[in-house]
Structure formats: structure tokens, C-alpha cells
Design a protein around this ligand. Structure first.
Ligand code: MG
Length: 258
């Protein structure tokens, strides 16, 4: 995090963030198409890198604190920060992909989880409910609301399913840096925390686990897994807070959530 206070962006800054966000969305689309049984996550990383470069952007993740790739690829019990490698995707896996792109110094950051081939109903439900958690958080990210409203909306979606809501890894402010103030937790109390204002931008990124919320980091120093080895899903969008409401920048077209 850089600084304690969130910067307020101009309309022109938001336009650049929308360009970065659209490139992130096109990486997502390319990976969704390519990620089938037998493909390696290293191959997906190559695809992502090419899409980002062709769009005259830079990958946010490559070299970030030494991270060696343009995407995080996190299968099954991996929650976040998985490093692409030569292992092949298998039918029945779930796979979380997180990507960031920089356009003229401005960032977009988004993640999704997908099924590889046929997955169990439990896995499919985890994917869908985690995405619902993201959209509940986005809907709460409007001027006058507080970050506690965002976190409470997200964790309320997980609660009926008994999912573990990861606490050690959370969303963040975003703009000229991928990670800026403030922290954006996936839990919280309604009416508490920083008040949101037009001109702020945040990345909202719930991670829900079928079992425990507890996490471990593997020996590579990056890969975060569930302590019980059960499945985890991760969804993220970059959200621009405007007078009209939250605008999701990391879609093919920016989307105002009313
Ligand atoms: Mg993020």
C-alpha cells in the first residue's frame, strides 16, 4: 500500500483506467477460450502476455515484488498468487486467473474462476457464489457508503453456504499503483470504515473456500493454499466510484451498476 489516503482521480484518469480494464477483460476472454484439459498454465501466461503487449499495455504482475509471470494461475486448493507452470490442467479442476494491465500508467486488475471440463456441483456452486459475492460488494460500493458496507455485503453472500471467507488477502485501492490505500476487506460491519466518494477506485476481490478460511503459503513464497486442501474460488473487478454509482472498468465495456 502506498500512503494512508486514497487519491481522488479525474474523469480523464478514469478513462485511462477503463482502457486498462478493457485489456484485462480481453485477457480473461482469451484464457477462458484456451483453458481446457491438457493445457498448461504457463501456456495461458504466454497468451496473456501477448494480448497485453499487443494492446500497448504492460502486465502489472510481471516483476511485481519479483513475481515471474503476467498472470496468477491458482488451481483447486490454491487461493491466490499461483505461479504459472508446466503442469497440465485436468478435467474437473477449477482454475482462478488474476490479471493486471497498465495503460499510460493506470491500472486495471481483475480475476475470475472457471471450471475445466466437468466439475462437481459443489465446485460449480463455489464458483457461482463467489462471483455473486463480488457483485454484492460492487453494488455496495457507492458514494456515501462505507467500506464496511462492501465487506458486509460480500460475507453475507458466503454465510448461508458455510464458506470460509479469506481474511489475510483482500481488495485494495488502485490507480497509478496496482495496490494503493485503502485495504478493502471481504468482511466488515455495515456503516463502518472509510466513506466512499466519487473519484475513488478500488479493486474488490472476494476469495471463498469450501472449508476453512485459514491459509498457508507454500515454499515458493507466493502460492497461497487452503489449510485443509479444499477448493477456493476468487473473483475480482476494478471499480470506479462515480456520482452515478459504481462503474466496473474490467469488462469489455465499462458497466454502471445502479
Ligand atoms: Mg487485486
Amino acid at each position: 500500500m502506498t500512503g494512508r489516503f486514497m487519491t481522488i482521480k479525474s474523469a480523464a484518469d478514469f478513462e485511462k483506467m477503463k482502457v486498462a480494464g478493457a485489456v484485462v477483460a480481453s485477457v480473461h476472454a482469451a484464457i477462458r477460450e484456451a483453458a481446457v484439459p491438457g493445457v498448461t498454465t504457463l501456456e495461458l501466461d504466454t497468451i496473456a502476455h501477448e494480448v497485453i503487449r499487443k494492446a500497448d499495455c504492460r502486465p502489472s504482475f510481471l516483476g511485481y515484488h519479483g513475481f515471474p509471470a503476467s498472470i496468477c494461475a491458482s488451481p483447486n486448493e490454491v487461493i491466490v498468487h499461483g505461479i504459472p507452470d508446466r503442469s497440465k490442467l485436468r478435467d474437473g479442476d477449477i482454475l482462478s486467473i488474476d490479471v493486471g494491465a497498465i495503460y499510460e500508467g493506470w491500472h486495471g486488475d481483475a480475476a475470475f474462476t472457471m471450471a475445466i471440463g466437468d466439475v462437481t456441483p459443489e465446485a460449480q456452486q463455489l464458483i457461482e457464489v463467489t462471483e455473486q459475492g463480488l457483485w454484492a460488494g460492487i453494488a455496495a460500493a457507492r458514494p456515501g457508503n462505507r467500506l464496511g458496507d462492501v465487506g458486509a455485503a460480500i460475507s453475507a453472500v458466503a454465510a448461508p453456504y458455510g464458506y470460509g471467507v479469506v481474511r489475510e488477502y483482500i481488495g485494495h485501492g488502485i490507480g497509478r499503483q496496482m495496490h494503493e490505500a485503502p485495504d478493502v476487506p471481504n468482511y466488515g460491519k455495515k456503516g463502518r470504515g472509510l466513506k466512499l466518494k466519487a473519484g475513488m477506485a478500488i479493486a474488490i476481490e472476494p476469495m471463498f473456500n469450501i472449508g476453512t478460511a485459514e491459509t498457508s503459503v507454500q515454499d515458493d513464497g507466493w502460492t497461497v493454499v487452503t489449510q485443509d486442501g479444499k477448493l477456493s474460488a476468487h473473483w475480482e473487478h476494478t471499480v470506479l466510484i462515480t456520482k452515478e454509482g459504481p462503474v466496473v472498468s474490467t469488462l469489455p465495456e465499462p458497466k454502471l451498476v445502479s
